[in-house]
Design a protein around this ligand. Sequence first.
Ligand SMILES: [Cu+2]
Length: 561
Amino acid sequence: MKHSTPESLALPNLPRRQFVQGLAAGGALLGLSTWLKPAWAEQSNATTTGAAPILSGTEFDLTITEMPVNFTGSPRMATTINGSIPAPTLRWREGETVTIRVTNRMSVSTSIHWHGILLPYQMDGVPGISFPGIAPGETFTYRFKVEQYGTYWYHSHSGFQEQTGMYGAIIIDPAAGDSIHADRDHVVVLSDWTDEDPMAVFKKLKKQSDYYNFNEPTVVDFFRDVSSDGFASAMKKRHMWNKMRMSPTDLADVSAYTYTYLMNGMTPAGNWTGLFKPGERVRLRFISAGTQSYFDVRIPGLKMTVVHVDGQDVEPITVDEFRCGPGETYDVIVTPEDEAYTIFSQSTERTGYARGTLATKAGLSAAVPEVDEPQWLGMADMSGGMAAVAVRHAKTEYGPSVDMRVDKPRTNLDDPGIGLRNNGRRVLTYADLHTIGGPLDPRGAEREIELHLTGNMERYAWSIDGLSFGQSTPIHFRHNERLRVILHNDTMMAHPMHLHGMWSELESPNGEFMARRHTISVQPAQRISFLVTADALGRWAWHCHLLYHMYAGMFREVVVK
Ligand SMILES: [Cu+2]
């Protein structure tokens, strides 16, 4: 057994501090040669990161190009929208019709998906489902009426282009004036960058799923042990790991070993800075655009009042810290009084962080905390809890692509998640979230569907009910039905599940309305449910927003008719 002796349990010698903090300059894109310089690049050779240009109005032209970027000291090619990372912030107005012409100046197909936006399915931007994609040299025109307001974002839905730079913020101003009063407003886009070709990252994960997991290299072995020795014996072995201060964890499959975490396109060394005047109410719109990273966000010295989640106003709740998974957005209000505060966003597996500063003037900084110690997965993460629900595993879950099935899922929403439990800070949980105004649709569920999030760690296979996208057939919703969706996580990882085109109205274990979401993170061994009003005809994507999980097959098509 690989980990049977203390010697072989030794961690690779990679102190966390040695992981790349990035360049102080933080990823300025290198100059374009003049002859191919498009209009948007006319002013400057080096397109800025850290201050995405703001485009507002009803007509937009976005150009997708490959451009060199340098976050770590080694120039790499990035996929950019109008030459910036993040892409330009698009400012729309509720009730207006927007026209967005997207031109592909690359040699491969591309797309843009408007994350969380309600629109006709042909405008949703998922190649193979909404439309064929945007071919090289082609311009695709998106046009739709903006039916909502709040903080959203957009990104490529093609290949790994989201990983290589294609993401940006959308701010939609309410038609009737904002109920959230703020003196100042900053978008904070969190993301992860790798100098590796994302396909190479994926292939490494396929070959060895804990390739980037230097904290805890034992999870694959744990499952190997479960299948060869049975659960009880594997658990005994786990006790041994515990005694040696080791644990099987599976917090994130890609870490700072390859990632540099970015805040508004700036590395930690680059230190993106948002300005304020003491005493102002500052709205920070956090957008979790990491492809494979959950971020735990806090601002030491400041309480954050969460007021708006996934584009929905929520009953204000004041916390010290919150976790945001890929796809989710959280708007908070802070009232800073001192000169400088660190915005600290550590990744869940605790190998690194994105960092920026809130300050009264540029050039200031505050102390940057150490990353927390990684926490161990508990029993609840591996085998659930005591829920008395009848668990139905689909026949397709019994096969080589599934290595774990949870028979007693936990249903609680008040768990902040692994790494945040009992850390001495008030951490936001899903149980704290209440969308103002209640559900969109007063009807109860007319029908229920249950889906299990499944995987096989060792094969790096990710699926739904044991079937990858390629093996699956579409899920059918009847037009205008009110539907309860139950998601049951049969894996040890959290999966941020994103249903396109329709809201997911999260409910409590007792069936009370909680929060209207576009992305719902389902924790390990957890069972959650939400209601959907299937009011959007057409074909929609539904997937895990961890990009490599989606790519591996944790993805379904939903057909509403
Ligand atoms: Cu996933």
